[in-house]
Design a protein around this ligand. Structure first.
Ligand code: PLP
Length: 396
């Protein structure tokens, strides 16, 4: 193949959303074809739906190593998206039953997804004291900062399990221990971690965890919140008594079942899936950095998700580079999907204290289970060509 006019685009934007797996589609279709009744209905037909929902709930709790059987069991609350789940946690912890701000502070890290950062800023405008822990230049959140910021008046701590832009994995067990020692509620946004690394709710020791199936080849339009049995939270929505009143509204059984099917598919072959992701990502990085010696892999010296590669191309503008990559047949992004199209520099990379040359030229490449090793090789070739084309233009 010559030139950059390849017909097939290689999709390396899986941290934004993943293509849905066949098993999830089949499960959703089976639910729709059964024309299920409302699981809250008392009649027998409704009870069939309720039993399906319970089975799905138990499967997800078991896969994520939460307790489905002990009494009282850990809770699984379905929401419409990861953003809603994160908002529910932050507002649910900081507001009282009358919707007033509770006295105290909220602690988050400086590298959270906008669904945490912007919710926290809104709470700050309403009167909550917002405290922010910094990350180091590798993208790891400072435990020293957290140690200083978290105190008896902390209403909640929210630190993500893995960052969506860099893939850097955070020391959540230490974060949760620090919270437990102070009797403080600890939440983790595990949206990017599930489907890429092992995640055990029990071992993490957190009180709440957010996940989003569309990041692991499940359906979009549904997400979940795991809650420890004794976690207390105020709802954001008022309505029926579904999901213990924490997120009222008729549950979407088909999407919940599709989400559980995708999770089960990933977990039954987790090691193989992870090593596939890792070998594609490593191959891609090694080819790109060989072809472009100035390219800098962000977070490469610390524990990272196996699928994510955040690479800076100093001297090249990231917006121009993402367009050049697109023209060359590689779909990637300049950072969080929620911020894509924005020309503002990434708050995550800024928080890490990276130089403007790095921040302004960083792109995110994220592999998924639908990619192949050939995709890794070919996309590295296309990126190198796109890069040299941009460079030669800037030297004209
Ligand atoms: N948290 C993280 C770390 C994410 O990467 C995303 C989505 O990109 C979200 C939360 C929000 O998830 P959703 O798009 O389902 O609202």
């Amino acid at each position: 193949m010559t030139g950059l006019q390849q017909s097939e685009q290689i999709y390396l934007d899986n941290n934004s959303t993943t293509p849905i797996a066949d098993v999830a589609i089949e499960t959703i279709e089976a639910c729709w074809n059964s024309r299920l009744a409302n699981p809250a209905s008392q009649h027998q037909t409704g009870q069939v739906s309720s039993r399906i929902l319970n089975r799905v709930r138990e499967l997800v709790l078991n896969l994520l190593d939460a307790s489905a059987t002990k009494f009282p069991a850990d809770k699984l609350i379905w929401t419409g998206c990861g953003t809603e789940a994160n908002n529910l946690i932050l507002f649910g912890r900081c507001l009282d039953e009358r919707g007033r701000i509770r006295p105290g502070n909220l602690v988050i890290s400086g590298i959270e997804h906008p669904s945490v950062t912007l919710a926290a800023q809104q709470l700050q405008r309403l009167g909550v004291e917002l405290r922010i822990a910094q990350a180091d230049s590798n993208g790891v959140v400072s435990l020293d900062d957290l140690n200083q910021l978290v105190d008896e008046a902390t209403l909640a701590v929210s630190v993500m399990l893995a960052n969506n832009e860099t893939g850097v994995i955070q020391p959540l067990q230490s974060v949760s221990k620090l919270c437990r020692d102070r009797n403080v509620f600890c939440h983790t946004d595990a949206v990017q971690a599930i489907g890429k690394i092992e995640v055990s709710f029990e071992a993490l020791g957190v009180d709440a965890l957010t996940f989003a199936p569309h990041k692991f080849h499940g359906p979009v339009g549904i997400a979940g919140l795991l809650l420890k049995s004794d976690a207390s939270l105020q709802p954001r929505l008022m309505g029926g008594f579904q999901q213990e009143g924490l997120r009222p509204g008729t549950e979407n059984i088909a999407l919940a079942a599709g989400a559980a099917a995708a999770m089960h598919w990933y977990f039954t072959d987790r090691n193989r899936h992870e090593s596939k992701l890792r070998s594609m990502r490593n191959e891609f990085e090694s080819l790109v950095t060989k072809a472009i010696p100035a390219a800098l892999v962000i977070g490469k010296d610390v524990s990272r998700l196996p699928n994510t590669s955040c690479i800076a191309f100093p001297g090249v503008d990231r917006q121009e580079m993402v367009l050049a990559a697109d023209m060359a047949g590689v779909a990637c992004s300049t950072g969080s999907a929620c911020a894509s199209g924005s020309s503002d520099p990434s708050p995550v990379l800024q928080n890490m204290g990276l130089s403007p040359a790095v921040i302004d030229s960083a792109l995110r490449f994220s592999f998924g289970l639908f990619n192949s090793l050939d995709d890794a090789t070919e996309s590295a070739r296309r990126i190198s060509l796109a890069h040299s084309k941009l460079q030669s233009r800037s030297h004209d």
